[in-house]
Design a protein around this ligand. Structure first.
Ligand SMILES: Nc1ncnc2c1ncn2[C@@H]1O[C@H](COP(=O)(O)OP(=O)(O)OP(=O)(O)O)[C@@H](O)[C@H]1O
Length: 794
């Protein structure tokens, strides 16, 4: 049966439609085995489609006579014949997916799958699936379509939207998550055209001629929407030719013994180091890209660049073919390698706090809390929600659970692009698998996921859709996971025994081949001689060179083709990129941030300040001071000694506490601010207010006991004056501690400075000028601390 669909007139039309659909680039060039599903049964077309040819024939077949229909089957057959009988373009330079018999093929061209047919305009006049649902139909971005074609329709939901695909003579019902942990049903109905089908038996048909893919907004119900629709737009990310250079300063090579070069000794030369050498790739919604490579290959750097955390790179990154925009920041999230949390907050408190800070301001507090609970459930954290998050020092949840908390904090806003830096590092294989399963589920809901994975097990490897293999900052392979081994076999590296494919790839990236014989024809005689004595560094570098050269020879052109798009000029790119990094939108007002942060700090500090050892320590000092200066009312010297002792003690405790706590919080603050959770000023002010409240309790207790037991002047005015002075002293000392630690930002350095013990410069004369001096110190030190924080690189 021949299928006829509405078709564009020309290449320009196609591009326009694609642009309307949110994807202006014909990006996929993969070969697919197309199962044609017709009334006569299933026929099989194993072929490649060349998008340029299709576009050409499309425009030639539509000479502007008003006939907007195109017999796609005929077109496909034509392409099929031409592929099998003719000589493909660029056949010698491009590597394509192995044929159906899994042998590497050189006969393919850059090809485009049936998804191109989907670029024929979405039929927005189609009958609603179920009028009772009153579902507003919308045209869909090609991302969704492509996802649908490339990946069987395990789920078509984006946030709280549900999607449905029209299917011919078949329907499937599949429940899927539509956010907030609830399930709806996606319905599909028959139509005249072949689309796709995922039979419940697991039978998979990747079809042609997608005619409709409808995204429906959530049915309005009493439950409030937790997310803005815009945050759930699918993201197709492309990165092209990314180069990242750093200038490292190294000592001049001039000799220290050379007196004439004394001036040069101090001069340092600036060297440039290239961390990434032209990395390209693309990831569609619903896909997981695994970035693999040995340690130091540039995985983290690449993820940081893609997450917009490193601005000074060369190359292009686009989202849905548009360079970064400010709004894109809200659609992506980065889960960093290390987890930074307040260790004494519970899992639930941590995620709730993140929800309150990151979810949009038009969502009620209750709605945000509910979203936090949904995420807890989604990630299977509900069982441990009341356990402390913990750290190396504080016992808390397991490492796998903590990693899930990290992921949970980032997916609260339902970002459609999720980047993760080694989410499975340090986890056992079962826990690592559970994390990747979570990612898999997230990708099924339409998210685009990019993750570095250091040592994936073979199960995890097979859960990845695409692979980007790096070696020393160079790309070695980019493409579908199931093509990777075939590609390396094609260039001459075969795994000679059954091994984890990821190990094979990472070994290759490290220059270690599993098959020495394959190298023999490539190696120089000297290397072969060396090999007789064992593996050599030369051999490793030789393997690396072969695979790097092979990428340039066989993959670069195809990767470029996949990622080519209409890029804006570089100046515009740079401007947009800067805007992305520098301008932020806050989900909550300054006051809300302040309240949430103060609340969080209070919860954490109450544990810190009132933990048993600290309370016992202060109790001991209090008793000690009371006994030594017991009833010292008769001696001025004793009274002065008591006051001096109290001042020193209540300078030391807060100062040392601040010095040790701030550097530990630094990384957490840096990460949260980079995610745009709050302003530094809100954080700082919250800390100040909590200091004012929580830091007063123990000194007050001390003053009450020591003042009266020491027999100091028995008047209320004198008592309250002493108390006020002591509290000011606490604030000044804590401010000084914050300033020192914020400026030094290093626990060791900060502790070294405290040995100087400059606290005694603060005079407590009791005069007005002294009070002013105290206030000046109090504010001044905190300003220094604030400035110290501000200079942090986010
Ligand atoms: N700002 C920088 N200045 C100098 N060198 C850098 C900088 N950033 C990264 N590098 C270097 O670039 C290389 C790649 O670092 P990166 O952290 O991206 O590797 P990786 O593959 O993530 O390693 P790992 O798996 O061990 O985390 C390393 O050699 C690192 O030292």
């Amino acid at each position: 049966m021949s299928s006829t669909v509405s078709s564009p007139h020309s290449e320009g039309d196609v591009k326009e439609i694609l642009a309307e659909c949110g994807c202006s680039t014909l990006r996929e060039t993969e070969h697919v085995n197309v199962n044609r599903f017709s009334s006569h049964g299933i026929s099989h077309l194993s072929t490649s489609f060349d998008i340029d040819e299709i576009l050409r024939s499309t425009s030639q077949g539509m000479p502007g006579d008003g006939d907007r229909s195109l017999d796609l089957d005929a077109s496909i057959s034509k392409k099929s014949n031409s592929t099998t009988t003719g000589t493909p373009r660029n056949s010698s330079t491009l590597w394509t997916e192995p044929d159906s018999d899994h042998r590497p093929s050189r006969t393919g061209t850059a090809s485009w799958t049936a998804a191109v047919k989907a670029c024929s305009k979405m039929n927005s006049e189609a009958e609603p699936l179920d009028p009772k649902d009153e579902l507003a139909r919308k045209s869909v971005s090609l991302e969704c379509l492509w996802h649908a074609v490339a990946d069987p329709p395990r789920s078509f939901s984006y946030g709280r939207r549900s999607c449905s695909v029209e299917l011919p003579r078949r329907s499937f019902h599949r429940s899927h998550n539509v956010g907030r942990g609830r399930h709806r049903r996606s319905r599909s109905t028959g139509s005249g055209f072949l689309s796709m089908c995922y039979a419940e038996t697991g039978e998979l048909f990747t079809g042609l001629d997608i005619t409709h893919l409808n995204i429906t907004p959530p049915v309005k119900d009493t439950a409030e929407s937790t997310l803005q629709p815009s945050t759930t737009l699918p993201v197709y990310i492309k990165f092209t030719n990314l180069v990242y250079r750093v200038s490292s300063r190294s000592p001049s090579s001039s000799s220290w013994m050379d007196v004439r070069s004394l001036g040069q000794k101090l001069r340092r030369s600036s060297l440039e180091k290239i961390i990434l050498h032209g990395i390209s790739g693309a990831v569609c919604p619903g896909e997981i890209l695994g970035i693999l490579g040995p340690s130091g290959s540039g995985k983290t750097t690449l993820v940081q660049i893609l997450a917009g955390r490193i601005p000074n790179y060369e190359g292009t990154i686009t989202h849905n073919d548009i360079p970064f925009t400010k709004s894109m920041n809200h659609r992506m999230a980065l889960v960093t390698q290390d987890d930074f949390f307040y260790p004494r907050l519970t899992v639930k408190e941590t995620i709730t706090c993140a929800a309150l800070l990151t979810l949009p301001r038009d969502l009620s507090r209750q709605g945000k809390r509910r979203r936090a609970l949904d995420v807890l459930t989604e990630l299977g954290l509900d069982k441990c929600q009341d356990k402390l998050v913990g750290s190396a020092q504080v016992k808390g949840v397991s490492a796998g659970e903590r990693k899930r908390v990290s992921i949970g904090c980032e997916i609260l806003t339902d970002p459609t692009l999720l980047l993760l830096d080694e989410p499975t590092s340090g986890l056992d294989s079962v826990t690592a698998l559970s994390i990747v399963r979570i990612l898999r589920n997230l990708s099924h809901s339409g998210k685009t996921i990019i993750s570095t994975i250091r040592q994936p097990s073979s199960v995890i490897f097979h859960m990845l859709d695409k692979i980007l293999l790096l070696s020393d900052g160079h790309p070695l392979f980019f493409g579908s996971r199931n093509k990777a081994i075939g590609y390396f076999e094609y260039i001459g590296f075969h795994p000679t025994f059954a091994s984890n494919p990821a190990d094979f790839l990472i070994d290759l990236a490290s220059g270690i081949t599993h098959d020495l014989e394959d190298l023999q024809r490539e190696c120089s005689p000297s290397v072969l001689n060396e090999r007789k004595r064992g593996r050599t560094a030369d051999e490793h570098s030789h393997v690396e060179k072969i695979v790097k050269d092979a990428y340039l020879a066989h993959m670069l052109q195809e990767t470029r083709y996949k990622t080519s798009n209409r890029n804006p000029n570089s100046a515009q790119r740079l401007q947009i990129s800067r805007e992305t990094v520098e301008r932020r939108q806050w989900s909550t007002s300054w006051l809300q941030q302040f309240i949430i942060l103060a609340h969080r700090a209070l919860r954490d500090r109450r544990h810190e300040n009132f933990r048993a050892p600290r309370v016992l320590e202060i109790l001991a000092v209090t008793i000690f001071a009371s006994l030594i200066w017991w009833n010292s009312s008769n001696s001025i010297e004793n009274q002065a000694g008591l006051l001096f002792f109290s001042t020193i003690i209540w300078a030391y405790f807060p100062l040392s506490g601040a010095i040790h706590t701030f550097p530990l919080e630094r990384d957490m603050v840096r990460k949260e601010m980079a995610s745009g959770m709050y302003r530094l000023s809100a954080y700082f002010f919250a800390q100040f207010v909590i200091d004012m409240s929580i830091e007063f309790i123990l000194p007050t207790f001390y003053t009450i006991l020591v003042y009266w037991m020491g027999g100091l002047k028995p008047s209320a005015v004198a008592f309250f004056t002493t108390w006020a002075i002591l509290l000011s002293n606490v604030l000044v000392a804590r401010g000084m501690g914050l300033a020192i630690s914020a400026v030094c930002m290093n626990l060791k350095k900060a502790s070294h400075v405290v040995d100087v013990q400059a606290i005694s410069i603060v005079g407590l004369g009791g005069t007005f000028s002294s009070v002013l001096a105290m206030l000046a110190f109090m504010v001044g030190f905190r300003l220094i601390a604030y400035a110290g924080f501000r200079r942090m690189k986010l």
